[in-house]
Write a protein that binds this ligand. Structure first.
Ligand SMILES: Nc1nc2c(ncn2[C@@H]2O[C@H](COP(=O)(O)OP(=O)(O)OP(=O)(O)O)[C@@H](O)[C@H]2O)c(=O)[nH]1
Ligand SMILES: [Mg+2]
Length: 327
């Protein structure tokens, strides 16, 4: 089999061949059209082998302890016999030459585990592009037999909504302390949370963490329960001392059990798949549109006209969209 044969990758991934796994992910991350087409075929062939893994998303502001938490949770899960893949969505990856490096060193215990796989965020491009690559990588990892996917993102942009849309369970990490921190949380992020964990509950910080937990509990009570089956609990943990981590994992499993029984998990995943397809479709339409040469010329001219004020934005847009009527 040659390296442009999809079967080479599919078989390698299914056999848990690490070298082929890495090669497949490199294809997914490549921007060459030929690679992307090959990657699409591979993904399509691998999809039937996926769906069983626990998909867990984790967010929190820089410094909250995401990497330390994932290291602790990951090593705990590996000890339980799980295979853990850690992926990241960080569209601002330009800054993260450092972050990737830092994570490699911070997750030093997990990264040497044979049953673990750590892949830093695909770099460059739009959030949509980074998310697509991470979603596809997730599929490849699941097909390879990883049964826990941890997707990490820094909670400072749109990326947490994106990650929440690709996982079964979304965990928001918080830090104990300053009372006004509650106000500092981006509106909407608590809406996404299936659980909140107050991290760094160790040493002198334990009492503060308990206090913060109470504050978040009342903040969360103000919102509607997520579903009839679930309302997000607030937990405390220390990623550093590895306390409370098992409790958080139990919560993830409890959520999974309940959502499986009610059919909500399947429903959630269906919705996510359709939303993903629509996202790709819209992206594709935009790309196709902007690639058209005659369109680009008219666009340039109309931009100048709109700037001058000789044509209204409404008219200009309608005029450009006329190309669609010709088809
Ligand atoms: N005391 C204490 N310190 C912690 C805990 N978890 C993380 N830290 C420390 O907090 C600092 C930041 O931890 P990271 O795990 O790198 O945080 P992060 O959220 O991954 O940060 P970014 O990658 O920059 O977004 C490090 O110095 C950790 O050692 C904890 O549970 N207790
Ligand atoms: Mg980190």
């Amino acid at each position: 089999m040659t390296v442009d044969d999809p079967q080479y990758y599919v078989q390698g991934v299914l056999e848990f061949n690490r070298r082929v796994l890495a090669k497949t992910i490199t294809l997914i991350e490549s921007s060459l059209p030929a690679h992307q087409e090959l990657a699409r075929t591979i993904i399509d062939l691998l999809i039937p082998y996926t769906g069983k893994a626990v998909r867990l998303g984790i967010t929190g502001v820089p410094g909250v302890g995401k990497s330390t938490f994932i290291e602790s949770l990951g090593t705990m899960l590996v000890k339980k016999g799980r295979r853990v893949a850690v992926l990241a969505v960080d569209p601002s990856s330009k800054r993260s030459g450092g972050s990737v490096l830092a994570d490699k060193t911070r997750m030093e215990k997990l990264s040497v585990e044979a049953k673990a796989f750590i892949r830093p965020s695909p770099s460059g491009g739009t959030l949509g592009g980074v998310a697509r690559k991470t979603r596809e990588t997730m599929i490849v990892c699941e097909a390879a037999g990883f049964d826990v996917m941890i997707v990490e993102t820094v909670g400072v942009g749109q990326s947490e909504t994106t990650v929440a849309s690709m996982v079964d369970f979304f965990l928001v990490l918080m830090i104990a302390g300053a009372g006004d921190e509650l106000q500092g949380i981006k509106k909407g992020i608590l809406e996404l949370a299936d659980a909140v964990a107050v991290n760094k509950a160790d040493g002198d910080n334990i009492e503060k963490a308990k206090q913060t937990r109470k504050e978040y509990e009342s903040a969360l009570h103000l919102r509607m329960p997520e579903t009839r089956t679930w309302s997000a609990p607030v937990l405390i943990c220390s990623a550093l001392k590895m306390t409370g981590i098992d409790n958080i994992w139990e919560t993830v499993l409890d959520h999974r059990k309940k959502f499986t029984e009610t059919g909500e998990l399947e429903e959630k995943r269906k919705k996510q798949s359709v939303a993903w397809m629509k996202e790709l479709l819209e992206e594709g339409i935009k790309e196709w549109f902007y690639r058209k040469n005659d369109f680009r010329k008219s666009l340039k001219k109309l931009i100048r006209d709109v700037e001058k004020g000789s044509v209204s934005p409404t008219f200009a847009a309608a005029d450009l969209l006329k190309v669609l009527d010709d088809k």
